[in-house]
Design a binder for this molecule. Structure first.
Ligand code: NDP
Length: 392
């Protein structure tokens, strides 16, 4: 039986992961499940799967979790340190699907155990890619990408010589605002941003898709995970979200990965790797779909893409600054404090101001330095947000 743990089990990726595990229950032993605020879901899943351990990120909710698990035999724990300890529990396969920078420390701990880490938490690669990859190498661990674009690139590279790759193209649906003019984008509401045309995802990533911050994170993720230089990585807008990525080779061939817009495909690929096994996803009828459209992204309307290129060029801790400033700006947009286009303005300002601080961005990528860069970026972003609010 394969021992599996799911970090971020109560979220969109976590629930899709459990859906796949549920269908082949007899093959898996669930070691640890983790969540945040959704104690009822966490407890229900821990009971259903007979997990050894359930952890909520929220220390104040430990009593509630214990109560919800009473009589089940599932151990309860809470807090950031408990999440890291849960990653120490021996498991053969661990899903990293916590949202945000909080996913980094448990992911690193999991890699130190030499496990196979299915990585959905893109923020880990963006904030500390070199550290994550070096930790995996040092401990003989395997990282499998779960983001659909990166899973597609990974699949496109199987059996290929990386030296023959000329370019990698990741696609973007363009989100609900694909064709909106800048003036209208500035007035976009939270409700409109949450209305993604193709994918059903968590709230934060859905808004990041509308602003293309999600694609910006994915550009950096591609660079960090596969090691391709920034100039070899392109973004292509593809409204149907069926071609997830293309790999271009030195003989002119472009290998496209086409699959349904269902995260269970990429999750299932990582769960079954190195085999391919049946997955309960739609089989595409391309004749019915009829056309696949592509267009160049507009970096004026979606400045996040330009900022991501700056981050890749700068390297070091710029990714940690970028991600933290983006998270704070996103919180402010969700809270109605700033407008949709202000998110990129805040991030750009923070990147600009922290880039000039000697030693900060170019510091070694350690957990402590990432935490410091993250903290300073959040402080900077809060100031920028207050200034924008004061301007009205
Ligand atoms: P959700 O918001 O749906 O779920 C996030 C999970 O993380 C939940 O289990 C949540 O708990 C938990 N969580 C929230 N805050 C914390 C915290 N501070 N510490 C520990 N756990 C926390 O997100 P998604 O499932 O959509 O995304 C998860 C990750 O996967 C993200 O990094 C995202 O970018 C990436 N991803 C998602 C895709 C998708 O289709 N959804 C596609 C590709 C990548 P609770 O809900 O109980 O509060």
């Amino acid at each position: 039986m394969r021992r599996v743990s799911v970090f971020g089990a109560t979220g969109s990726i976590g629930q899709n992961t459990l859906d796949l595990i549920r269908r082949r229950r007899a093959e898996f032993k669930v070691v640890a499940l983790t969540g945040g605020a959704n104690i009822a879901q966490l407890a229900a899943d821990a009971r259903e799967f007979g997990a050894d351990l359930a952890v909520t990120a929220d220390e104040a909710r430990l009593g509630e979790l214990r109560e919800a698990l009473a009589g089940s035999g599932v151990e309860a724990a809470a807090g950031a340190q408990a999440l890291v300890e849960a990653a120490e529990r021996p498991a053969d396969w661990i899903m990293s699907a916590i949202v945000g920078a909080a996913g980094l420390a448990p992911g690193l701990k999991a890699l130190e155990q030499g496990t196979t880490l299915a990585l959905a938490n893109k923020e880990s690669l963006v904030t500390a890619g070199p550290l994550l990859m070096a930790t995996a190498r040092a401990h003989g661990a395997t990282i499998l990408p779960v983001d659909s674009e990166h899973s597609a690139v990974f699949q496109g590279l199987i059996g290929e010589d990386a030296a023959s790759v000329e370019r990698v193209i990741i696609t973007a649906s363009g989100g609900p605002f694909r064709d909106w003019p800048v003036g209208q984008l500035a007035r976009a509401t939270l409700e409109q941003a949450l209305n993604h045309p193709n994918w059903v995802m968590g709230q934060r990533i859905t808004i990041d898709s509308a602003s293309m911050f999600n694609k910006a994170l994915e550009l950096i993720e591609t660079h960090e995970f596969f090691g391709f230089p920034p100039e070899q990585i392109e973004v292509l807008v593809h409204p149907e979200s069926l071609v997830h990525a293309l790999v271009g080779f030195n003989d002119g061939a472009l290998m496209a990965h086409i699959g349904p817009a269902d995260m269970r495909h990429a999750i299932g690929f990582a769960l079954n790797w190195p085999e391919r096994r049946h997955l309960p996803v739609e089989r595409l009828d391309l004749a019915r779909i009829g056309q696949l459209r592509f267009q160049a992204p507009d970096e004026t309307r979606f400045p996040a893409l330009r900022l991501a290129r700056e981050v890749m060029q700068t390297g070091g801790l710029a990714g940690a600054v970028f991600n933290a400033a983006k998270e704070r700006a996103l919180d402010a947009f969700i809270a109605g404090k700033i407008g949709f286009m202000d998110m990129a303005a805040v991030v750009e300002q923070v990147l600009g101001s922290l880039s000039v601080r000697p030693g900060l961005i170019q510091g070694a990528i350690t957990l402590d330095n990432v935490a410091e860069a993250d903290h300073l970026a959040r402080v900077g972003a809060s100031e920028a947000i207050r200034a924008l609010q004061a301007k009205g």
